[in-house]
Design a protein around this ligand. Structure first.
Ligand code: ZN
Length: 606
């Protein structure tokens, strides 16, 4: 006989709390607005205890339903928020983000901003998304001053602006006609965003084509063009940040950039942007500190001192990487001939020896072989082979030398090893892009792959022209859309030449100084050359004699051009408006962040 009690238990209605939990789980998955308010109302009427998670979920659904449900969603959202406050439940970042969205939907930017600021009293930290409703609402109302206040608060919180926020600030500045601010945000965009979205491109086009955009700039006479050039060099190329240059109408075009980096619309040569001098120094310092710390046992100081006296290199060669390239076959070992080919090719291109870094142990082994002895001794005699001591990690030696001497670095090592992780994500990828030379051996034929001839970043030229890459996926970069924004009147004045060919050449000069290219630079290995970036004077050495044989008189080869080349730039430290030091939006990390990250990584490894 069946137990009647048991049957009754099966059909017993769920307790209000259990039913709420089951309905809540459905509602939070479906994000159903009508379901959410019914559930909230019934929970309140039954005096059920709602927690932060429940209320945040309801608020999120309300803030997401403003478009479809209009004012009902806004009003209901505030009812839920008031319930939370009167129940003495402290809101968190998610709560405030949702409620400030509701406030912004009522066009109440002030309240939206006030809510964000109220987070502090709950010991909560806002995120960038928390500020967005207030910021976008002020921008919509064209309240530039308050928009800037929101930005100030974002930066004070240690948060970084991203493209939507910078674009919004650019838009409000453009619409109220604040040319200085437009200029400032173009630079923030340059720093924070690689390629601009279509909507940002539209904001920019509207500014330059608009009445107010036309009026910016004080005319060329006000500008010391030499100073503009100097600052560009100091910055590593691609921008000066000194303000609007020149006057007259802008021509805004959508165009492409050819593989050599020449704009197909205005024919300006785009720059290959390196780290600025200050950033280079910072990066070099961090490499030095880490190398010294990591190579304590291997007498790294000796290498540092050696390098002080042997600093006339333009390329560093990761010997092991090249010697062991494609050697994982039966009789594979260390290929001296591959290494020799690279050294030879580098010598041929710049008439200068590269510095080869190799383990001491390896050098001894190679010297033992009579076939290699002559070659290695020649390198040793010329002071271009450095043997790293037993127990050392040669990676530190070549990276240190390349950064310290601002050299090209020939290696296929992608530098993803944990030691490179220690160098951080702000400078290192940019440095690598500009300095690493890859190589291949196809049927024993060496091919060097030089760094790209121009950078895929927003660029400001010395003439005040702007070039901005637009977001998109391309297999072939020369198909990418770029915004080209120039002032033709300036080109004519600036070129100071009636000969269009000469004018073009003159425009190209400064870009070449920065991109360290010979006029015949190309990725074609036969005609490219290697120079040390951020030391524009060294560009002179590009005038090498390509017929110069490999084995040349030592004096000629080692002194060649050296006397006329200063490693230091001639420019004194200028303080452009946008000196990196001052960047509150900085892409770089703080010292504290860096050391925290390093110790985290170190712990992980141990
Ligand atoms: Zn152009």
């Amino acid at each position: 006989m069946k137990n009647p009690n048991k049957k009754r238990a099966d059909t017993k209605p769920l307790s209000p709390a259990t039913k709420f939990h089951s309905d809540f789980s459905v509602c939070s998955k479906q994000k159903d607005f009508a379901g959410a308010i019914t559930l909230f109302d019934s929970a309140v009427s039954q005096n059920l205890k709602l927690n932060l998670h429940h209320l945040n979920c309801f608020l999120y659904i309300c803030s997401n339903s403003v478009e479809s449900a209009g004012h009902i969603a806004i009003d209901k959202g505030f009812t839920i928020f008031n319930h939370m406050i009167s129940s003495k439940i402290n809101p968190n970042e998610a709560t405030i983000t949702a409620v400030s969205r509701l406030a912004a939907s009522k066009d109440d930017a002030d309240y939206s901003f006030k809510l964000v600021k109220s987070l502090i009293k709950y010991n909560e930290k806002p995120r960038l998304r928390t500020y967005d409703p207030a910021l976008f609402c002020y921008v919509k109302k064209l309240d530039a001053q308050m928009s800037y206040m929101v930005e100030k608060d974002i930066l004070a919180m240690g948060l970084c602006l991203e493209e939507p926020e910078i674009a919004a600030l650019l838009k409000v500045s453009a619409e109220v006609g604040d040319a200085d601010k437009v200029y400032e945000y173009l630079h923030k965009l340059r720093l924070g965003v690689r390629c601009i979205s279509e909507s940002t491109a539209e904001i920019i086009q509207n500014w330059f084509r608009g009445e107010k955009g036309k009026k910016v700039g004080g005319g060329l006479v006000d500008w010391d063009m030499g100073r503009v050039k100097d600052v560009i060099l100091k910055n590593g190329g691609g921008w000066h940040g000194l303000g609007w240059v020149g006057g007259g109408e802008w021509v805004v075009q959508r165009t492409t950039v050819d593989s050599g980096g020449c704009c197909c619309a205005c024919e300006e040569q785009l720059a290959c942007v390196d780290l600025g001098r200050e950033d280079t120094e910072k990066f070099a310092q961090s490499v030095i500190e880490l190398a010294v710390e990591r190579e304590k046992r291997s007498n790294f100081i000796q290498f540092q001192e050696w390098l002080e006296h042997h600093n006339d290199f333009e390329a560093i060669v990761d010997g092991a990487n090249i010697g062991l390239y494609q050697q994982n076959f039966a009789d594979g070992g260390f290929s001296v001939s591959q290494l020799e080919a690279v050294v030879k090719e580098l010598y041929k291109r710049s008439n200068k020896w590269p510095l080869v870094i190799l383990h001491e142990k390896r050098i001894h082994a190679l010297l033992a072989n009579p076939y290699n002895r002559g070659l290695l001794e020649e390198w040793i005699d010329n002071g271009v082979l450095y043997g790293t001591p037993v127990g050392s990690n040669d990676d530190w030696y070549w990276i240190y030398a390349a950064v310290k001497l601002k050299c090209m670095l020939v290696t296929n090592d992608e530098m993803r090893d944990h030691i490179f992780e220690l160098l951080g994500s702000s400078f290192f990828p940019r440095w690598k892009e500009r300095h690493q030379v890859h190589y291949t051996f196809l049927k024993s034929q060496l091919k060097l792959e030089m760094p790209p001839s121009y950078s895929l970043v927003i660029q400001e030229s010395e003439r005040g022209a702007w070039h901005m890459p637009v977001t998109g996926e391309y297999n072939d970069e020369s198909l990418r859309t770029w915004l080209c924004i120039t002032r033709p009147e300036i080109c004519e004045v600036f070129d100071d030449s009636s000969n269009p060919a000469e004018a073009h050449e003159s425009r190209k000069t400064i870009n070449e100084k920065i991109t360290n290219k010979c006029s015949n630079y190309s990725n074609n290995s036969e005609i490219s050359c290697i120079t040390a970036p951020t030391t524009p004077n060294q560009q002179q050495i590009c005038n090498f004699d390509e017929h110069n044989p490999y084995l040349v008189d030592e004096k000629t080869s080692m002194d060649g051009g050296g006397a006329s080349i200063g490693r230091e730039d001639s420019v004194e430290d200028v303080d452009p408006h946008f000196g990196r030091k001052k960047e509150p939006w900085g892409l770089g990390e703080t010292r504290e962040d860096a050391s925290r990250r390093r110790s985290e990584i170190a712990n992980r490894r141990e």
